[in-house]
Design a protein around this ligand. Structure first.
Ligand SMILES: NC(=O)c1ccc[n+]([C@@H]2O[C@H](COP(=O)([O-])OP(=O)(O)OC[C@H]3O[C@@H](n4cnc5c(N)ncnc54)[C@H](O)[C@@H]3O)[C@@H](O)[C@H]2O)c1
Length: 388
């Protein structure tokens, strides 16, 4: 017999019983905000993010530390916060539990308080995913603040709820949902990012454009080369593209933050790519693998009549102009079949495969076959060979 419940389904009062239904909700509120001049000592945003005055543990990716370490120390010094810096090497091959344990040791050594001293994570997607996982595990949940310093970090890894590390040969196989209390976005960090990592981030922006925002696609098509040349410095076109990309991403994430619904348009480009990226490691960056997946599925969508031939060619052309790959030897039958099998498991037994419809819209498919995928891969290879 179940206990008496109130109208939210919660067990409340009544005689002792031997079976209970416990039901509760986990409301989540977090801030994501463009915050220029983040390391200007006159700007209180970073020092006050989600916390009381006092001390902070700041985990910084090692290249970011080499470039900005002095500024970071000067910032916190001027704001009167005692900081301890943990400098972590963070790239895909060390996106592991060992890195998580390292951060947890720093947290332990620092004696981080349970609620009042959010750990500050400064770096790219790998650094933020690792620190986020350490924080979600440490005392089952410790708050953290994200300061993304790469383009993928700014538009994607920094704004959602997911943390994670690679495990075995699988990408992000161990992870949690643990959003940062605040994410502070300062495009000034992109001034030191190299072209390849800018293009890498543009792949995730292109994902949002292709599956839900035609205007963003037009903007990328018009300004792609300038975005890379100018490293997103200045309000146009960089600022406009960043705001649109983050807005589009959060529009999709917020109603489904815990991913109870497995049809996710933001999974576009992430069906074949996790397996391709891990098998190619360290050759392909995350966004490059995502772009290969999008190139293949654009061709597949065109073959299904979902995308016009001219649209397909325009999309592949833009990918090339953004200096992203559209072909790779791993787009071959065995890897693609393994990738699809793993993705079906990830999506709970169904393909739920996001496909583009024209430019700026999408649908989900459940009926892709190995033969169809193989034909699309062959056609992509032919198209890539003849293109300039
Ligand atoms: N949690 C999520 O929702 C989510 C979403 C998208 C991607 N990701 C993850 O993000 C990772 C990719 O992120 P990434 O592209 O930022 O890669 P990354 O974290 O490996 O960083 C890329 C490189 O940029 C360098 N770097 C960082 N900031 C710099 C700066 N300002 N100037 C110069 N160099 C700088 C770093 O040294 C590093 O070598 C992948 O592991 C992916 O799975 C997570």
């Amino acid at each position: 017999m179940a206990g008496k419940t109130n109208n939210h389904g919660l067990f409340t009062t009544g005689e002792p019983v031997s079976a209970w239904t416990v039901s509760t909700a986990l409301p989540v509120t977090y801030q994501v905000a463009f915050t220029p001049q983040l390391l200007n000592p006159g700007n209180p945003a970073l020092a006050s993010a989600g916390a009381t005055p006092g001390r902070r543990l700041v985990v910084v990716e090692e290249t970011v530390h080499a470039l900005y370490g002095d500024k970071i120390r000067a910032y916190f010094g001027t704001r009167g916060l005692a900081v301890e810096l943990g400098v972590l090497a963070a790239h895909e091959e060390v996106k592991t539990m060992e890195s998580v344990f390292r951060v947890a040791e720093w947290m332990d050594h620092f004696g981080v308080s349970r609620r009042a001293e959010p750990v500050i994570a400064m770096g790219g997607g790998v650094l933020m995913d690792v620190v986020g996982l350490a924080c979600s595990l440490y005392r089952r949940s410790t708050p953290f603040v994200r300061v993304p310093t790469t383009l993928i970090g700014l538009v994607d890894a920094g704004v959602g709820a997911k943390t994670g590390v690679n495990f075995g040969r699988h990408k992000n196989r161990l992870g949690t949902y643990h959003p940062a209390v605040a994410t502070l976005l300062d495009p000034a960090f992109l001034a030191t990012l190299d072209q390849r990592h800018l293009s890498n981030g543009l792949a995730e922006i292109l994902k949002v454009a292709l599956i839900k925002d035609r205007k963003l696609f037009e903007l990328l098509d018009r300004t792609g080369e300038a975005l890379i040349d100018q490293r997103f410095q200045g309000p146009t076109p960089g600022g406009e593209v960043l705001v649109r990309a983050v807005h589009g991403m959060l529009q999709e994430l917020q109603p489904n933050l815990w991913e109870h619904r497995l049809e996710r348009s933001m999974d576009y480009g992430h069906s074949f790519s996790p397996t391709v990226e891990m098998r190619a490691l360290p050759e392909l960056l995350h966004g490059e693998a995502v772009c290969l997946d999008m190139a293949l599925t654009t061709v597949l969508a065109q073959r299904r009549g979902l995308v016009e031939t001219a649209e397909r060619d325009r999309i592949l052309g833009l990918m090339r102009r953004l200096q992203l790959p559209v072909r790779h030897p791993l787009l071959e039958p065995e890897t693609l079949a393994d990738a699809l099998t793993d993705t079906i498991r990830h999506r709970d037994g169904r393909q739920r495969f996001p496909l583009p419809v024209g430019i700026g819209d999408g649908c989900f498919a459940d009926d892709l076959t190995a033969a169809e995928i193989g034909r699309a891969a062959t056609e992509l290879e032919e198209l890539a060979c003849v293109a300039p």
